[in-house]
Design a protein around this ligand. Sequence first.
Ligand code: M6R
Length: 592
Amino acid sequence: MCGIVGCILKEKKDAAPVLFECIQNLEYRGYDSIGLATYDNRINVKKGKGDIKKVNREQNFKNMSGSYGIAHTRWASTGKPTPENAHPHLDDTNTVAVVHNGTLENHSEIRDELIKEGHEFISTTDTEVIPHMIKKFMDEGLNLEDAVRKCGEKIEGSYAIVAMSKDEPGKLVATRKDSPLIVAFGKEGYFVASDTPAVLDYARDVIRPKEGEIAILTKEGIEIHDENGKEIKKVPQHIDWSPEMAKKEGFDHFMIKEITEQSAAVKNTLGQRANIEKIIKSIGDVKRICFVACGTSYHASITGKYLIESLAGIACDVVIASEFKYTAKTWDEDTLVIFISQSGETFDSRMALKEARKTSKTLAIVNVAGSAMTEEAEYFIQTQAGPEIGVAATKTYLAQLTAIYLFAALMAKDEKLIRELYKVPKYIDEVVNERESIKEISKRYDFAKNAFYLGRGFSYPIALEGALKLKEITYIHAEGYAAGELKHGPLALIDEKVPVIVVIPPGDDYSKTMVNLEEVKARGAIILSVCAKGDKKTAENSKEVIEINAEVGDIIAPLVYAVPLQLISYYVTCDKGYNPDKPRNLAKVITV
Ligand code: M6R
């Protein structure tokens, strides 16, 4: 959802190479267009449509002069991805330059007023009103800080903004509402960015300004001011993610690197046991639980419902975050609402969290330390997956599941399940080590136009997640279905051109899933099953199988059986020549 960066170097060196590196690290937030502005007695701007490498080849960002500046990578929301709509945006006298992440709801009204006053616009973005307004307020006598503050009062919607003005050289001013923003202190200079991976090479002591606060960066340091312009002293949080963690390290893509990191993500998240025990104790008794999330995190939540209901016997709902407000009415102080989010910044989830706090206890399970939801929820658990750059969630999904399993098992005092969880990293590595054979299998499925994923009970959310992974990066239409539901309609779509991926681990539901597998077999489907090693019956009834360690039963299956499905999606995407890290129309963090 757009990435923004600003940097001021302490020495008189060019900032463009640093800005370029930082903004490149945020490409996962959008890659429709990119732009940089630096200051060297005047504001220099270079921008263009396309991803960073392409635009850099055309424009050579790194030769821009000036020791400070701003940069932006765009995920188009208001206005098409065109060169004119690329950020930074300027006012019509080239005095103020701005980068923005978010969406403004009242930009049309503001634009109309400014046009009446004689301002000229060149883009169709919502953002362009911001530099015009800042310039106008500065012309009326405000300094840059106050002009940015006043602009924040006028605009409605979500925003993280960094502004610079040639009338106040040597300064960057940033603020936010409902969009993420960090400032960071480094050896060489001071930074502002949408997210920490942007700056890890340069700075790891980070502050997250609260809504409405203003951050002022100069080469002397960073000040945070409240809404009245009074300085607030804050202690930076040290981020222990290393810069290498956010790099590809020899892998072709982040996605495959992150898939191989999953056993570590699970192991490290299991280390949260003591913390989770403490949280369960402070939450106390609850009569009802509700999970709220989007996308992959929603699939992890469905597993959570099955676990909590079956282990702890507590009634549990699962709600898609954007639907939450239509269902929230009956919850009370005995309800615990659990929010699952990789980024901790997803707009739909944050709005639901705001709503849930009015009546209920809230817990957020998130991966990004210090993200908005860690501050907004009453309790939070941090999953230990490290930074995830690939747009498709992989290691953070398994880390979320691990936290949910621990939470449910500790609530139910199920030590047997906890002992099982400690074996999961080994099972995951066994699958990951077989990735070359999964790559071969994947080559036989890249022809598909449609695919179905089937699973029952704990395997149902695995099927949903497998289908989501396939559609988001391969662009093949895929549906995840509860295996028993297929006969109620979608079976009509099955023929000999449709691959059906059946998730069939050993356990109570095995025979029922086998019946469903036979139903699709009878309609000629191409069946690829993920089953236990040595499961002859499944092998006989399928075109081919991917085998998982037979010790993995249906209850812990989501933590292991999801992995071959991620690998299939990854390899089919590579086969089709697409970039799995940057699927079209998507971004890693959905802050609108
Ligand atoms: O950061 P969150 O977990 O809140 O994000 C939710 C979804 O946007 C996310 O899981 C999305 O579905 C992924 N791209 C799936 O791979």
